[in-house]
Design a binder for this molecule. Structure first.
Ligand code: GLC
Length: 784
């Protein structure tokens, strides 16, 4: 195509647009207050200010009417009942909560948000809120020279987004995924700013196509939307973790995943027959390589009709699923939104009959081409369609399926725009709205429909949903994989900041296609990628049709042995991983974290792209280039012990670390602890022995952590059936003290003690467990 050649930069192609004219919100004419909502009538629009908590304030502006305050597609909490002190003068209105101060200048209307110590968080200068005649709304904020930006959901490129411009418009991008490829599948119009070690967040809750410009100027940044109203929240932090707790207070946290969903997944587009799937499962068992899930991609269906099986390829899915479950393996099938236009297909018939598909205002169903050919798309913006779709999943749950993979839900359509016609009119639960406004939430609502339907049918068991598209809050329903990457080292590299930024955007359960989806993988790349995958929150090997098969044994015994070691390691680290998912569920914290999250005052961490933290005390520094067995690793403050060699390294320094293909550098912080289990077999994945590995430190510092366990598959934990232990570990010169500060829950695990291992205890050193000196330091344990 011409536009893919140099013709794209033909001088005549440049669009000669005139200067962009914004209309500023103007001066405040008057303001009122009721129920902690402040309304400002300004020369060119109306503004509302609401406090959600002492640390979260919302600002909404509508240029035509009063701001609409009950329209969010994702925020389900309401403003809290807070004490706000108010000082009003002719020029300025000052509003104060316990953690925030708002200075509202009246001529013209400008907002400055400060923390409880009057430090500016977010400020407006010459420019503030404005709009254009075409309906675009924009907010300009002052940018500090020390601002670093993170989040923005699923974006390619480096960790620190300063100097970047991003767009939010859920898009199916098969190729390429380059640093400049934007937007991708998810829209999370949110970012976190780190300035001088303190963090705050901004969430722009507008579902239209939005843009974030942290590039054009060096003294201000802006965010804008193609339509709708300005509606954003400022979260005061001041630590990165506090920002995430605040952001997920608004958009929700992930439910605890079933344990099997955080194991290893094997996928391919496609394992095409029942025989192939059985062979695959058998191979995993024979090779003693752990696997929890095998995915069924589109070939399992009859002509790509969702909620069907192809009778020839999969003659007896129920038996297949039952037999695999006995082997300890679950099946997760793909379900796309497109329903084949076929008047003899019951799902299509019902969708038409019950009026559940997306339509034009004039009444015609919207048809778009996807895998099955011409297809109709359920209108997930409507409760009735969501319920119907959710109910259809009985087709899967009745045969023992507990997880669903939602794909193509941007929605992707095979046409020039790559998606649905933006003039389609969604039902939107009684408030008809165009696709232009609701495009970015289509995937979120599909996730909701699927999750709620599955949850209802699984009768107490936890469903697992994997999605490609989503909006802020997607974590409430689904985990996210990062779409169609390629088997390039560059894509392995890119996946680290991408997953870290997703984690900083409130979505903790994510990961890329391990090994790369498109393009042929190779032995070394797959091995190195599998090592990383063992420590990413979501761990799935997936590859595209026509590419080399990339199951762990495909490249010979040497590579298989290494991959097996790391996939087994995933299972050995399961108690630690599950306790991290508990933190995600409770506080919204990511499992895989950039170092800046734990060390926000250490500038060396601000753009560290090639290493990450697994929780708060483990640094993973993978090899990300070919033919490489050495790399530099930055270790932050503290002493660090290399997991495999036991060698000690000093923090706040760069180290040159050697790692043969067999090794991926892992460092545990001295003075802290990790919880490990064991690998038994595919049929029996529950650890009978759990150990607390304590890495003795030298100073008197105390490390506090929470060990969490439960049955890993039901919602019984919501009624108290869990084991939660708050543990403190203190290292003195030659003594290590372990104390269980709190133990809650009434879940009885298969183990009745936790083995305690002390790594690096001095000769003749003592161990004190719950106040008692232990006699035999080779046989230490904590009773449950
Ligand atoms: C899309 C998905 C990919 C899947 C393929 C076929 O490209 O991103 O994961 O394998 O569709 O369903």
């Amino acid at each position: 195509m011409l536009k893919d050649t140099s013709f794209a930069i033909h001088p005549g192609m440049e669009q000669q647009s005139g200067p962009v004219v914004y209309r500023d919100i103007g001066n405040v004419l008057n303001h009122t207050e009721s129920d902690n909502t402040y309304l400002f009538s300004c020369e060119n629009g109306n503004v509302a200010v609401q406090f959600y908590t002492d640390s979260i304030v919302r600002v909404a502006m509508n240029q035509k009417t009063e701001p609409k305050l009950h329209v969010s597609k994702t925020v389900h909490v309401t403003p809290g009942d807070l004490r706000i002190t108010e000082v009003n003068s002719e020029e300025v209105l000052r509003l104060k909560t316990n953690n925030l101060v708002l200075i509202i200048r009246k001529a013209p209307f400008r907002i400055t948000v400060m923390d409880d110590q009057d430090r500016v968080i977010v400020a407006e200068g010459d420019k503030g809120m404005a709009y254009r005649e075409n309906g675009e709304v924009t907010v300009f904020k002052e940018m500090n020279e020390d601002d670093h930006f993170y989040g923005f959901g699923e974006k390619s490129g480096y960790l620190d987004k300063r100097g970047e411009k991003y767009e939010m418009w859920n898009t199916d991008v098969y190729a390429p995924h380059n640093p400049e490829t934007d937007p991708l599948y998810e829209s999370i119009p949110y970012f976190m700013t780190l300035r001088h070690g303190r963090a705050h967040g901004v969430f722009f809750d507008n579902t239209f196509r939005t843009k974030f410009d942290m590039k054009t100027a060096s003294n201000y940044y802006s965010f804008s939307a193609e339509g709708g109203q300005i509606d954003y929240y400022v979260m005061a932090g001041p630590e990165p973790k506090a920002v995430l707790e605040q952001y997920t207070h608004l958009t929700g946290r992930m439910p605890l995943p079933p344990k099997w969903a955080i194991g290893y997944h094997q996928s391919r587009y496609s394992y095409e027959t029942e025989t192939e799937v059985r062979e695959l499962a058998k191979s995993f068992v024979e090779h003693d390589i752990p696997v929890d899930v095998i995915h069924l991609d589109i070939h399992y269906m009859n002509g790509y009709r969702v909620f069907t099986f192809d009778k020839e390829r999969f003659p007896n899915p129920k038996k297949l699923i039952c037999d695999l479950k006995e082997m300890g393996i679950r099946i997760v099938p793909i379900v796309d939104p497109g329903v084949k236009k076929d008047s003899e297909y019951p799902i299509y018939q019902e969708g038409v009959r019950e009026d559940l598909f997306c339509k034009y205002m004039e009444g015609d169903i919207y048809f778009g081409e996807v895998w099955p050919g011409d297809s109709a798309f359920p209108d997930f913006t409507d409760g009735k369609a969501r319920k119907w779709w959710g109910d259809q999943h009985a087709f899967y749950t009745n045969i023992g399926i507990e997880g669903i993979w939602n794909d193509m839900n941007e929605p992707a359509v095979f046409n020039e725009t790559k998606t649905m016609d933006v003039s389609v009119m969604h039902r939107n639960d009684g408030e008809p709205t165009t696709h232009r406004e609701l495009h970015n939430v289509y995937g979120l609502f599909m996730g909701q429909a699927t999750y709620e339907g599955m949850k209802e049918q699984l009768k107490g068991k936890r469903p697992f949903i994997l999605t490609r598209a989503g909006y802020a809050g997607v974590q409430r329903y689904a985990s996210v994989w990062t779409g169609d990457n390629r088997s390039f080292w560059e894509h392995l590299q890119m996946s680290l900041p991408m997953v870290m930024n997703l984690g900083l955007s409130g979505v903790p359960f994510t990961g890329p296609d391990v090994g790369g989806f498109a393009h042929d993988t190779n032995a070394e790349l797959l091995t190195r990628w599998t090592q990383v995958g063992a420590f990413t929150p979501y761990f799935r090997n997936h590859s595209a049709i026509g590419t080399l098969y990339q199951e762990p044994w495909q490249f010979g015994e040497k590579y298989e042995a290494i991959m097996k070691k790391y996939i087994q390691m995933r299972y050995k680290w399961m108690p630690q991983l599950y306790s991290l998912f508990y933190q995600a569920n409770k506080r919204g914290l990511p499992v895989m974290r950039p170092l800046l999250m734990e060390y926000p005052s250490d500038a060396k961490t601000y753009n560290l792209n090639d290493q990450f933290m697994f929780g708060d005390n483990v640094v993973i520094a993978p090899i990300l280039t070919p033919s490489t067995t050495d790399r530099t690793v930055y270790l932050p403050a503290g002493d660090w012990i290399e997991f495999t060699t036991g060698k000690k390294y000093t923090g706040e320094k760069l180290h040159l670390i050697h790692a043969e293909l067999e090794d991926m550098p892992i460092f545990v912080k001295a003075g802290t602890a990790i919880m490990l289990g064991e690998w038994n077999s595919n049929a029996d994945k529950t650890s009978k022995n759990i150990s607390m590995e304590i890495y003795a430190g030298e100073c008197d510092e105390t490390y506090a952590f929470t060990y969490y366990d439960d049955d890993g598959e039901t919602f019984a934990y919501e009624d108290g059936s869990y084991l939660k232990m708050d543990v403190e570990v203190t290292s003195h010169i030659n003594t290590v003290e372990v104390s269980v500060r709190n133990k809650n829950g009434d879940y009885t695990p298969e183990y009745n003690e936790i083995i305690v291992n002390i790594i690096g205890l001095r000769e003749g050193g003592n161990v004190i467990i719950n106040g008692e000196i232990s006699r035999d330091i080779d046989k230490l344990s904590l009773k449950i």
